[in-house]
Design a protein around this ligand. Structure first.
Ligand code: GAL
Length: 643
């Protein structure tokens, strides 16, 4: 059964609404809700004083109606009494400003007292509902680090030092890793080391990078503490927490995902994005990749507009169904929303929900019911997987390193570059995984490296081995430049992959204005003085230096770009790389075709028409404008499916 539902927040409503809620859930085919996420102050109104009676009734009501719960530990929103009693646990920003309670996630991730109180309420919830029929999954916390990913307080400073001590053993090793001889930063005692708080000018890049790693680890560690506690109380009940792939860049989600039984993900469209469905696809492909290709759970998206983008675009008729089908096509085994019933009060009252303020005679409710039927009718999709021929390499640490502001140019934005390259693959109809550079690359035909500024020796060799053994790669500019400590790999850029790419780069020349290449393509933001050392030049600057190169390496081929291309120019290069790799491409702007397969060879073909015209997809039939068709084939004949 595919999961279907949303965050149910009964604590916001009088009890008479609850039975109406459950009746409507049944009408829409809802079989799963996330419950109790922000209910700490209702469950523990004063320290050590508990009230579970209301949640008992909710859990029982769900069980009676055959609906199951992702039951939350409510630790993402400590109650006011917590901040009042333990002000030392409040988060502090880089400028030393204490952030108080009154919204959510107002706690320092390294605070021992926060951890103690969070574990105490988690234990109460777990012991209370162990064995309850409605309990399906632990929803631990909510979006770790969404608002408090980095805390700069004294407690965090101490925890940072312990983390460094474990990683480097000695202060000398820290000095070495951080290049502390620069600007007189050599430390002689652990106590001198601080988080990268506000400084007169740039902080040490390796220090800020390690602090971001530490901050990510601190949150994962908090999750682990709750998970291990719950595991002891409810063995066999799976765990999850909602990650934000493609949306939130503060946590190393590859590292986090390894700790989860069920990878679950949240995604929201960005209203200013002219092609938000492509960003959605990126997020979904990343969610699947975080789970090693196995099915995952869409924990949150929206039925229509959100409330946090300033100017919040509402979804057009049919858009929410297309969005949901995209997630499903890309490996989700459940579609859920924030939230079930639109709040009447509070900071999110203008966020859309499954039951809108206007009730059930609405576009939103009709689509909610329609989606429930679609998921019910396509229950056979559950458990099937998506096979991708292409991998995109992405590393959070590399992004963090490049986000230090002292760069040749800050206009080269790695996240934007990764999305742009992904977008062109999407337009070529190529389904891609988004994987960590150290991942096993066997099985992929092409590996695309849009922006990987920092790479360690292991990942450097991983890509080389992939190509040597017959793979095809395309590496973007400013990739393979520094090691994991943000230390330049010397001797000509890109130090990591000079041999692989058959080029050497003397100097970077960030562009003030776009430039024309010999082919007529337009380079933006970046250029560099590159010498071909064995690579063939496929395109060049008008001055003759290489802009696009192709190098035969071992049994494979390594392409590189020395400027940033976008749009059709980039699509052309990626199409050539796919052709080199034997990856089929098809130009069908706006019609998304993705397959999910079962081990027996049967396939579900998802055809999602984002255009305003009906299209005919071979092997699927007519896909009306703006609609979705899911075709089932007894065995895989992918060549029959082409628009
Ligand atoms: C998520 C969060 C939800 C809700 C939603 C609004 O980040 O988990 O609780 O705030 O955003 O879009």
């Amino acid at each position: 059964m595919l999961a279907y539902g949303g965050d149910w927040n009964p604590e916001q409503w009088p009890e008479e609404i609850w039975s109406q809620d459950v009746r409507l859930m049944r009408e829409a085919g809802v079989n799963r809700v996330s419950l109790g996420i922000f209910a700490w102050s209702k469950l523990e109104p004063a320290e050590g004083v508990y009230d579970f009676a209301w949640l008992d009734r909710c859990m029982d009501l769900l069980a009676e109606n055959g609906i199951r719960a992702n039951l939350a530990t409510p630790t993402a929103a400590p109650p006011p009494w917590f901040a009042a009693t333990y002000p030392q646990a409040l988060p502090v920003d880089a400028d030393g400003r204490v952030l108080t309670h009154g919204s959510r996630q107002s706690f320092c991730p390294s605070s021992p007292i926060y951890r103690e109180k969070a574990l105490a309420i988690a234990e109460k919830v777990a012991t209370r509902y162990a064995g309850h029929e409605a309990l399906a999954l632990w929803h631990i916390h909510n979006e770790y680090g969404c608002h408090n990913s980095r805390c700069f307080c004294d407690t965090s400073a101490e925890a940072f030092r312990s983390w460094l001590c474990e990683r480097y053993q000695s202060v000398d090793q820290v000095n070495q890793a951080w290049g502390s001889a620069f600007w007189s930063q050599l430390y002689s005692d652990w106590s001198q080391i601080l988080p990268p708080r506000a400084t007169p000018t740039f902080t040490n890049p390796a220090q800020q990078l390690d602090f971001r790693r530490f901050s990510s680890d601190a949150l994962i560690e908090l999750y682990r503490a709750e998970r291990d506690l719950l595991a002891g109380i409810t063995p066999g009940v799976p765990f999850s927490t909602n990650l934000m792939p493609g949306m939130h860049w503060e946590m190393d989600q590859f590292a986090f995902a390894r700790e989860l039984d069920v990878v679950s993900a949240d995604h929201y469209l960005v209203g200013t994005d002219p092609e938000p469905h492509i960003h959605l696809a990126f997020s979904a492909d990343l969610a699947r990749s975080l789970n090693g290709g196995r099915p995952w759970l869409l924990m949150e998206h929206s039925t229509s507009g959100v409330n946090w983008q300033g100017h919040n675009r509402a979804k057009q008729p049919g858009e929410m169904i297309r969005n949901s089908a995209q997630h499903l096509a890309r490996g989700a085994d459940g579609i859920m929303f924030f939230q079930w019933r639109a709040s009447a009060a509070g900071a999110e009252k203008w966020h859309s929900a499954m039951v809108p303020h206007a009730g059930t005679e609405t576009k939103i409710w009709r689509e909610v019911v329609e989606l429930g039927a679609l998921l019910h009718d396509n229950a056979a999709v559950e458990g099937s997987t998506v096979a991708a021929d292409v991998a995109i390499l992405m590393d959070y640490s590399s992004i963090w390193a490049q986000e230090h502001p002292a760069q040749p140019t800050t206009k080269h934005k790695p996240i934007d570059v990764i999305r742009e390259w992904y977008g062109q693959l999407w337009k070529l109809g190529v389904t891609a995984d988004v994987v960590h550079p150290s991942a096993d690359l066997t099985g992929y035909q092409a590996v695309i490296v849009p922006a990987l500024y920092s790479v360690n020796d292991h990942s450097q060799a991983n890509l080389e081995r992939f190509v040597e053994q017959g793979g095809v790669t395309l590496v973007g500019p400013y990739s393979g430049i520094v090691d994991e400590h943000d230390r330049v790999r010397l001797g000509g850029y890109p130090g990591a992959w000079r041999e692989l790419l058959g080029i050497t780069v003397e100097e970077f020349f960030p562009l003030d204005d776009d430039i024309r290449l010999t082919s007529g393509a337009t380079g933006t933001v970046w250029s560099q003085l590159t010498h071909a050392r064995g690579a063939k030049v496929l395109d060049s600057y008008v001055t003759g230096e290489p802009a696009w190169t192709r190098n035969v390496y071992g049994e494979g081929v390594a392409h590189s770009l020395t400027t940033l291309l976008t749009g059709d120019d980039l699509k052309h290069v990626i199409a050539e790389v796919c052709a080199d790799a034997g990856v089929a491409t098809s130009d069908h702007p706006g019609v998304e075709i993705v397959r999910r397969g079962h081990p027996d060879g049967s396939v579900h073909v998802f055809a999602i028409n984002h255009t305003a015209e009906d299209v005919t997809v071979q092997g699927v039939g007519t896909v009306p404008a703006g609609r979705v068709v899911i075709a089932h084939q007894a065995s895989a004949f992918p060549q029959e499916v082409a628009p």
